[in-house]
Write a protein that binds this ligand. Structure first.
Ligand SMILES: Cc1cc2nc3c(=O)[nH]c(=O)nc-3n(C[C@H](O)[C@H](O)[C@H](O)COP(=O)(O)OP(=O)(O)OC[C@H]3O[C@@H](n4cnc5c(N)ncnc54)[C@H](O)[C@@H]3O)c2cc1C
Length: 394
């Protein structure tokens, strides 16, 4: 039987900063798109002085709604916002509605207006309140389209609820989009369905390149949502927030871990390193050399021939940052490197590099944790979230 995989003739394209339709598989031959695909030096050069997308008087609005995560939008939300900005014409304003606190640069992400709703938090389940807020914002701005990232962490659910409540046309899992149409895989990915741009667009990840050649106006709007909390409305007590169940980081698949400490050839005291991981509530990763040495099991290997991870915080102890390793951490948000060598390649990727001995740093962190536990009089982990580690970068 011939098992060679065929090119899918209906594979979707990706909207890029240049408005190019880049075929996502088999990039070779997509004339003109290689620079964007490889994020070459030219792209970063262009970022120096970006023009405003439009200065014309707005006549229409595209609304983009997304939850923030610790003050920032994740890649998927940025792509969704970029998608709206790329298809908006000169007379269309892109309004960003953020559920939760937002400290990012809305203009750089392509938004012309920013509405922040800090009273909402991704960690609290309040679907009806969020629906009411979105509906109120729609009533105020009368957008022609509403874009949301189609994720499982609140936005996808909110978009579906809104479309059902407003009886709006909707397309979910959108993998291809331009100003005229959207397309999604349907029937267990065996068919490709296309339609005119609906009122609600739920965008799949990576359908749009979030890098933009322009900026938005980024004006912060003091729009207030004064809706009565749904929990206090009659007949709306259908949803109850049971909170988030914290689980041991060691039980998480590395690909899902939000906080990873990783050991390389420069880590010799493995038990101390493992103690630190438990203290921090972080999952354990390793470089290939550390795995080949038998210090860690193969499932801990991160990199081209290991796992690809997307942690918010990735601490690399004694890892040089070989290209194969960096490939596995390209989607991590903050990288902290601890290395004796300031010129190690990991330092170029890291947001913060500590030039120090890995063993000494690990021992100092373990000691600090023990001291803090004693001071607090609790056996609880000192740093059980990524927030503190991220704070170090602030
Ligand atoms: C086809 C192929 C696939 C590969 N796939 C992967 C992969 O999936 N994942 C992967 O990780 N690698 C992979 N590699 C290997 C990769 O090229 C590197 O060899 C490897 O990542 C190096 O691991 P390391 O950084 O831990 O070790 P080293 O290269 O030995 O670097 C150790 C680092 O620790 C620092 N250091 C030393 N002592 C200390 C100390 N006491 N305190 C602090 N810092 C210290 C050093 O300055 C150095 O930067 C692959 C290679 C090939 C050819």
């Amino acid at each position: 039987m011939n098992t060679l995989k065929r090119i899918d003739p209906r594979r979707p394209f990706t909207i890029t900063a240049d408005g190019l339709k880049r075929i996502t598989l088999g990039v070779v031959g997509a004339a003109g798109s290689m620079e964007t695909a490889t994020h070459g030096a030219g792209a970063s050069h262009r970022e120096q002085a970006k023009p405003r997308r439009t200065t014309a008087a707005p006549q229409r609005v595209i609304l983009v709604a997304a939850h923030a995560d610790r003050g920032a939008l994740d890649d998927h939300a940025r792509q969704t916002l970029a998608g709206a900005a790329l298809i908006a014409d000169a007379a269309t304003e892109v309004v960003l509605l953020v559920f939760g606190e937002f400290n990012g640069d809305a203009a750089a992400l392509g938004a012309d207006k920013l509405i922040e709703l800090p009273m909402f938090d991704r960690r609290n389940f309040a679907p009806l309140d969020e629906l009411n807020a979105l509906a109120a914002c729609v009533a105020a701005y009368a957008p022609v389209h509403i874009f949301l990232p189609d994720n499982a962490t609140g936005d996808g659910d909110l978009g579906r609820r809104y479309a059902a409540a407003a009886n709006a046309s909707v397309a979910a899992h959108v993998v291809e989009i331009d100003a005229a149409h959207v397309a999604s895989y349907v029937q267990a990915n065996t068919a490709f369905a296309s339609r005119a741009l609906p009122e609600v667009v739920l965008l799949a990840p990576n359908a749009v390149d979030a890098k933009l050649p322009f900026v938005g106006a980024g004006e912060r709007v003091m729009w207030r949502f004064d809706g009565e909390p749904a929990s206090q409305q009659q007949g709306h007590g259908t949803a109850r927030d049971l909170g988030i169940e914290e689980i041991d980081a060691a039980q998480l698949a590395l690909e899902e871990a939000d906080f990873i400490v990783s050991a390389g050839n420069g880590v010799s005291d493995v038990p101390a390193f493992e103690r630190l991981a438990v203290t921090l509530g972080a999952a354990i990763g390793a470089s290939r050399v550390a795995v080949d040495d038998g210090k860690f099991t193969r499932d801990k290997q991160i990199g081209a021939t290991g796992k690809t991870v997307e942690a918010s915080v990735y601490i690399a102890f004694g890892i040089s940052g070989a290209v194969q390793h960096l490939q596995g951490i390209k989607d991590c948000r903050h990288v902290i490197a601890v290395n004796l060598d300031a010129s190690a390649p990991i330092a170029k990727r890291a947001n913060l590099t500590v030039i120090a001995d890995a063993q000494e740093t690990i021992a100092a962190l373990n000691e600090a944790a023990a001291a803090a536990r004693t001071a607090r009089g609790t056996g609880a982990a000192l740093l059980n979230s990524t927030a503190v580690a991220e704070g170090a970068l602030a």
